[in-house]
Design a binder for this molecule. Structure first.
Ligand code: PBG
Length: 324
């Protein structure tokens, strides 16, 4: 294979040839749509830093899920914004909380929709941390109990998959035990296995009003400088019986997605987070980039890196393009 006898451009000469040699393709099958559910009735409140994304009350959420389903997207992941927050995030494990009610209503209206729930107390706590706080420290082991209780209320109301995003040590194992001991052997765990302490969560925290009120998340989320540590984190969650592992964020961590894909054979998800969405959306709105092309290229690159599933705020728009 040497020029001039070999010419790489031959395989790119026409659209049909390019179709024939194409290595990766996106499909709505691999998309997971993150949705925000809040209290009240008939609420559809646009998130200012994430245009086109809303905080929905349960009634409007269900309508939106029907549309998501009609686009061929198989799964949604739910985040709750409760009416009241407290020190221990008790709304997170209230059997009649907003996410629990949302799960019931979605399952009533769209029984085939795969319902994933975020398991983490930060949206429900006054201090905004993902764990129990004492004397300014985030306590690991007492948090596990709350996470188990939260996951259980989600499973009880019909969640198919629970997704712990807190980064406490031992939480996948603790949740597995809580589920198995209470008759939920078939509920799967998608673990946010390698979750970095990232600036790209900014718009999400605005959406949920969940910024930590003191300090940051660096004692539990991973240092962006580390790659080998991601392998250790993923290995730990697999030992604790995670069914699906996740890398988060996605675009600034494509190397991590590829490494995890090469080393482990579990289904791999990547979370293209709020800041990744907002950057592309904002540049598109300014006319600085072609928003749709940039969106599809970003998603394709995450899939090419090795992700089988992509959690993305672009899910609906990408599915519309893929459906033609
Ligand atoms: C924690 C959680 C966060 C996100 C998902 N789950 C925020 C955080 O860790 O501060 C971020 C998702 C996004 O930015 O899109 N419950």
């Amino acid at each position: 294979m040497i020029f001039p006898q070999y010419r790489a451009r031959r395989a790119r000469a026409s659209e049909n040839l390019r179709r024939m040699v194409r290595e990766n393709r996106l499909s709505p099958d691999m998309l997971i749509y993150p949705m925000f559910v809040t209290y009240g009735k008939n609420v559809k409140d646009e998130i200012s830093s994430m245009p086109g994304n809303y905080r929905f009350s349960v009634d409007n959420l269900v309508k939106e899920v029907k549309e998501v389903e009609s686009l061929g997207i198989p799964a949604v992941i739910l985040f709750g914004i409760p009416e009241t927050k407290d020190e221990t995030g008790s709304e997170a494990y209230n059997p009649d909380g907003i996410v629990q009610n949302a799960i019931r209503e979605i399952k009533n209206a769209c029984p085939d929709m795969v319902v994933i729930t975020d398991v983490c107390i930060d949206e429900y706590t006054t201090h905004g941390h993902c764990g129990v706080v004492k004397d300014g420290k985030i306590l690991n082991d007492p948090t596990l109990e709350l996470l188990g209780a939260m996951a259980l209320t989600h499973a009880d109301t019909g969640a198919d998959i629970v997704a712990p995003s807190d980064m406490m040590d031992g939480r996948v194992g603790a949740i597995r035990v809580a589920l198995d001991d209470n008759g939920h052997k078939d509920v799967a765990i998608m673990s946010y296995a390698a979750k970095y302490a990232s600036a790209f969560y900014g718009p999400f925290r605005e959406a949920c009003d969940s910024s930590p009120q003191f300090g940051d998340r660096a004692t539990y989320q991973m240092d962006p400088a580390n790659a080998m540590e991601a392998i250790r984190e993923v290995a730990l969650d697999i030992v604790e019986n995670a069914d699906i592992i996740m890398v988060k964020p996605a675009l600034p961590y494509l190397d991590i997605i590829r490494m995890v894909k090469t080393q482990f054979n579990l289904p791999l998800a990547a979370y293209s987070v709020s800041g990744e969405f907002s950057m592309i959306e904002a540049a598109g709105r300014n006319g600085w980039i072609d928003r749709d092309r940039a969106m599809m290229e970003a998603l394709l690159s995450i899939h090419r890196a090795g992700a089988n599933m992509i959690l993305t705020y672009f899910a609906k728009d990408a599915a519309k393009i893929l459906n033609g």
